[in-house]
Design a protein around this ligand. Structure first.
Ligand code: PLP
Length: 422
């Protein structure tokens, strides 16, 4: 059966206008230009740890190279350099060390079943990084140039570091205010860099256990704040709570907002539930909205919404055979609270919950603890990896994997032509 067409949604108006505004200011200076990339290959390359080597769990094993580009307020963007992985040049007075003048992205390279290297929707990561960069007073750049640089970087390192079909590598583009600037001021120098790191799969076949945040754990993001951007300043202040959660046997914090306990995100991932609506009784796939800019506009979140709207909102059996056992759902971006969730569970209306993001992929939720209340979330479907999940998460995960690993050809799975490092 032919896959249903998935509408490709471009970034929001707000996103586009913010990028344009900042780019027009920088138009006179040399812009970020991927065609100026120079290559210096690593003469002492490392060996690649085996797939089952526990060193991968440390999430610190990097590939042989990194890509760096310098920017100065006076001179604009210099030529990007691909060079051996190693320390960055930073003075102790560098702004990023003191004032969190830093933004980053997280994405993956996937080795397909056909041996090809793919990125998943790299245009979205590149646009989001431009937005995050400008949010923290760092320079803007044409997102398509960053996308080209990411491709050029993985094209060199992945032949060696990502040889096995059905595996992935984590890619971290970042930008930091690298100039000496202890005075509190807008950065005049920056360094953009790209590295790749070996990561273990984190999508937890047995389901994640979440601890809902309490007021004494702090607030991750708030209306008028910067939760929507991927800046380091959003993450550091959450780590104490995350550490407490881990010590108590939980995987992630489910971040609640305000006295009413709005459900926002789960750790570094977006959060979805499937429930029967309290009043209409209709089945809904629900996630928090982007409108008030509290949560991150996750690439996985978008993709889950777009795939679900295309494939699950009609009677699924009319479209795809593999989901004919599923009832159609309404796909909704709307606020809900932890109390709504507790109530839905108590009334037997909660069908499933899952977290989704680049690192966690589509991770079913098994349990949520909210103060003294424990929610055992149903996980009724068997997954490809021998685990369990809710039936909707299971179908969505399979569809995304098909695109990422090239089991189906789809515009979201962007093939990168590789070159070996000399
Ligand atoms: N929410 C937060 C706070 C995150 O850090 C991430 C991860 O990047 C996500 C959601 C998921 O976003 P994406 O799907 O783009 O990885």
């Amino acid at each position: 059966m032919a896959p249903a067409a998935v509408p490709v949604i471009s970034t929001s108006e707000l996103t586009v206008s913010a990028i344009k505004q900042d780019l027009s200011k920088a138009a006179v200076k040399p812009q970020l230009d991927a065609s100026k990339l120079t290559y210096t290959f690593n003469k002492s390359p490392n060996t690649v740890p085996a797939l089952n080597d526990p060193i991968r769990l440390e999430q610190n094993s990097t590939t042989d190279h990194m890509l760096t580009v310098k920017w100065t307020e006076k001179g604009g963007w210099e030529a990007p350099q691909l060079r051996p992985y190693g320390p960055l040049d930073l003075m102790p007075t560098a702004s990023c060390i003191h004032y969190a003048t830093q933004a980053f992205e997280g994405m993956k390279g996937y080795r397909g079943v056909d041996g090809k290297l793919r990125l998943f929707r790299p245009d979205l990561n590149s646009k989001r990084m431009t937005l995050s960069s400008t949010r923290i007073a760092l320079p803007s750049f044409p997102p398509e140039e960053l996308e080209e640089l990411i491709k050029a970087f993985v094209a060199v390192d992945c032949a060696k570091w990502l040889p096995d079909p059905n595996t992935f590598i984590y890619i971290r583009p970042a930008i930091i205010a690298s100039g000496a600037a202890l005075g509190v001021q807008k950065p005049r120098e920056a360094t953009l860099f790209i590295i790749a790191v070996l990561f273990p799969p984190m999508d937890s076949p047995n389901g994640l256990r979440l601890l809902a945040s309490k007021e004494d754990m702090g607030t991750r993001a708030w209306p008028g704040g910067h939760g929507w951007s991927k800046v380091g300043a959003n993450y550091g202040p959450t780590l104490q709570a995350q550490g407490e959660a881990r010590e108590r046997g939980f995987d992630q914090i489910l971040w609640l907002l305000g006295k009413e306990g709005r459900v926002t995100e789960a750790g570094a991932s977006n959060f979805f539930i499937v429930w029967k609506h309290k009043y209409t009784g209709r089945l809904q796939l629900v996630t928090a909205p982007l409108g008030d800019k509290i949560i991150l506009d996750g690439v996985t979140r978008r993709s889950v919404l777009e795939l679900s709207r295309a494939r699950l909102t009609h009677q699924p059996s009319e479209i795809r055979r593999e989901v004919q056992h599923l009832e159609k759902v309404e796909v909704v971006e709307e606020d809900f609270t932890i109390h709504d969730l507790v109530e839905a569970h108590a009334e037997g209306r909660l069908v499933e919950a899952f977290a989704c993001g680049t690192a966690f992929f589509v991770a079913p939720i098994a349990y949520i603890q909210y103060v003294d209340e424990g929610i055992d979330v149903p996980m009724t479907a068997a997954t490809e990896d021998g685990g369990k999940a809710g039936p909707y998460a299971s179908a969505i995960k399979t569809w995304l994997k098909e695109i990422m690993y090239g089991r189906v050809q789809h515009p979201w799975g962007v093939v990168v032509e590789e070159r070996g490092a000399k």
